[in-house]
Design a protein around this ligand. Structure first.
Ligand SMILES: [Ca+2]
Length: 298
């Protein structure tokens, strides 16, 4: 049994890496280079609006009108004419707090909350929209790159453009401006081989978690180690995939982390559900790497 189990894992790993490398990187030699992977388990299922083409997802605690701390999900969506920012409380009958429709010409992309502002990328419009936490637009900033994913380390905006490049932009909160050029840039890679199509992002415990577009993979990038990918999460088999959704563009996209309750959320474009998941080590049970949202027994 042990032999069969190990063989299965190795086979899955090889297929997935072949997929990544063949599709997204510039060198096929790395197909056989394994790095440790995590498995996941779906713990809870919440409502997600199946009209929302998810591009950005972040979970934030704020004080409500009564001064009580509450957790809110912020989400941005894509597609011209449908793009919006929406803020809600997760649940089976979710409570929408506010929303902002984007202009028809805007194809919304990733979003991150930094301080009291919401920064939203657009796909090819070369604009970055800034909103307040009441979903009211404050400003548009010129942005020189194609917009895909965005997250923050609490200081900088950290963005992707569909390649393997991850760029850092410094923010001046008073003037609501960002540096014209990136203050830092790294390339996500496995043993020197770049992995592109980095989409929605989430900074968790100093690592950048990234959806790889049109795959079931979330890669875990270490920005303190020059962009080396340390782990990946094999998200294959999420219950959504057995449903009616066609897997063309309706792909896994959206990672959010509740740092206070240590909860990890994922969803996808036009999916009717948001999932809370936990993680477990798949390839090396003795791996000391800190797992966010560990599955029971890990
Ligand atoms: Ca996110």
């Amino acid at each position: 049994m042990t032999f069969l189990h190990t063989s299965t894992i190795t086979a899955v790993r090889f297929v997935l890496f072949s997929c990544i490398i063949t599709t997204y990187s510039q060198n096929t030699l790395a197909a056989s280079v394994p790095i440790p992977s995590f498995n996941y388990k779906a713990l809870n299922t919440f409502f997600h609006d199946k009209n929302d083409y998810t591009q950005g997802l972040q979970y934030v605690y704020e004080l409500d009108r009564e001064g009580k701390e509450q957790g809110y999900m912020y989400e941005t969506t894509g597609r011209n004419g449908f793009a919006r920012l929406v803020k809600y409380r997760i649940g089976n009958n979710r409570d929408e707090i506010c929303e902002a429709k984007m202009p028809d010409e805007a194809f919304g992309e990733g979003m991150t909350v930094l301080g009291d502002k919401i920064y939203v990328l657009t796909y090819t419009e070369k604009k970055l929209y800034v909103y307040g936490k009441d979903c009211v637009k404050i400003k548009e900033i010129d942005y020189p790159y194609e917009g895909w994913g965005i997250t923050t380390d609490g200081t900088d905006l950290i963005t992707t453009d569909g390649s393997s490049t991850v760029r850092y932009f410094s923010v001046n909160d008073e003037t609501i401006t960002i540096t014209e050029n990136p203050s830092k840039a790294i390339n996500a890679k496995i043993n020197g081989i770049e992995v592109g199509k980095l989409n929605e992002l989430e900074m968790i415990n100093g690592k950048i978690y990234a959806n790889v577009w049109k795959t079931d993979m979330i890669v875990i990038i270490d920005p303190r180690d020059n962009g080396n990918i340390k782990r990946w999460i094999n998200m294959a088999g999420l219950p959504m995939y057995t449903g009616e959704i066609e897997r063309t563009n309706e792909v896994l996209n959206g990672i959010a982390y509740d740092a206070k309750e240590n909860r990890l959320f994922v969803t996808g474009k036009l999916w009717p559900n948001l999932f809370e998941i936990c993680l477990s080590n798949a390839t090396n049970p003795a791996d000391p790497e800190l797992l966010p949202a560990k599955c029971p027994g890990q």
